[in-house]
Design a protein around this ligand. Structure first.
Ligand code: ADP
Length: 358
């Protein structure tokens, strides 16, 4: 069992930089949480405070109901996997994996069993007598995970563990981490700046910007119902398109487009009659065929889809992800329509939701 509760946590560094503001999170037993956001948004600081590697300036941290805010890192029963692997070059893989248990003076037979079991899970059984320099980047990353597994910690913490791997290996190692999570049923917190990693790995995502949590939810919630413009533009690749639009009777009017509102959207926008809002449309919801003229400036064939970039009426940029292989040339007009719409308050940047503006 490992439930983690983070309550009203702030971090102010000695140089007075506030890196984290009022962070709150209840992590359920066995949950895989991914903290995601651009570089400098405070994800690593948050993870390091949870690990006990940074002091908490304000707030509290509970592990299984016990206040561990002041507990030293070594007594927190958490294991951290770093981007840099931090393996000992002069030790064999076996010794690296056994190291923390040897330090704790565990029974050698117990250590042996644990190392073999972890090696088996990670497919490292035949590598145990080698030195780290004889292993590939992906294998070294697995050794770093093995070192955590042998300790059987309550919580696994990952700080950008895939950043040093090439794209292909990143995908494969990501799937291994997912399998590992399923197999160990462990509580895990994982930090990344990569929204794809967040969408593919997380049970729930915590999306951060400038030290503030922007939204907590399942990958689908963040993708389908982003809470604000930040989340809408950060989650999803290529990013969502945004346009200024005025709310009219039954339609949204922008430069170069007029789109009908559904009955549901009319209800949601009741309080916005005559006002300008921000309309968000994901590239996959910009559909070929329709009455919106898009002046094309580039065409990228991805195989199954084609990414077509251009601008509409007022010069606003737009990207469409069209099905199949398209051959637009710079200067062509593509006629498009908007599928699923995302509506945002222009002043606050927050999503305009059902029942919130009645
Ligand atoms: P992320 O992991 O999202 O890239 P960090 O948590 O590393 O972000 O950093 C958040 C903010 O805190 C940044 O503005 C960074 O410059 C600042 N920061 C990080 N570590 C320190 C430190 N030791 N002293 C002062 N400021 C720091």
């Amino acid at each position: 069992m490992a439930q983690l509760n983070v309550q009203h946590v702030d971090k102010i560094y000695d140089n007075k930089v506030q890196a984290v503001f009022d962070f709150n999170l209840d992590v359920k037993d066995g949950e895989l949480i991914v903290l995601v956001g651009p570089s400098g948004c405070g994800k690593s600081t948050t993870l390091r405070m949870i690990a006990g590697l940074e002091d908490i300036s304000a707030g509290h941290l509970f592990l299984d109901g016990k206040d561990i805010t002041q507990t030293p890192a070594k007594d927190r029963d958490m294991a951290m996997v770093f981007q840099s692997y931090a393996l000992y070059g002069h030790m064999t893989i076996y010794e690296n994996m056994a190291f923390s248990l040897t330090l704790r003076k565990e029974n050698p037979n117990v250590i042996h069993k644990k190392v073999l079991a972890a090696a088996e899970i990670l497919g490292l059984t035949s590598q145990l007598n080698k030195k780290p320099s004889q292993l590939s980047g992906g294998q070294r990353q697995r050794v770093a995970m093995g070192r955590s597994i042998v300790r059987n910690p309550k919580v696994f913490l990952f700080d950008e563990p895939l950043s040093n791997l090439d794209a292909k290996l990143r995908g494969a190692t990501r799937r291994e981490i997912l399998l590992l999570h399923k197999r160990l049923k462990a509580t895990m917190l994982y930090v990344t700046h990569d929204q794809t990693e967040a969408l593919t790995l997380a049970d729930r995502i915590v999306c951060m910007s400038m030290g503030h949590v922007q939204q907590v939810g399942t990958p689908l919630e963040l993708y389908d119902a982003p809470a604000n413009l930040f989340v809408a533009s950060f989650i999803g690749l290529p990013p969502m398109n945004f346009f200024d639009a005025t709310v009219r009777e039954g339609s949204l009017e922008g430069k170069g487009f007029s789109v009908k509102l559904t009955e549901e959207e009319k209800g949601i926008l009741r309080g916005y009659a005559g006002k300008e809002i921000t309309l968000g449309v994901r590239p996959e919801n910009v559909e070929e065929g329709g009455d919106i003229a898009m002046k094309v400036f580039s065409n990228e064939n991805l195989g199954m889809n084609t990414l077509v970039h251009g601008h509409i009426g007022g010069g606003e940029k737009i990207s469409g992800k069209f099905r199949g292989w398209c051959n637009y040339k710079a200067g062509d007009d593509a006629m498009v329509s908007f599928g699923r719409k995302h509506l945002f308050d222009k002043e606050t940047g927050n999503a305009i939701r059902k029942g919130e503006n009645a």
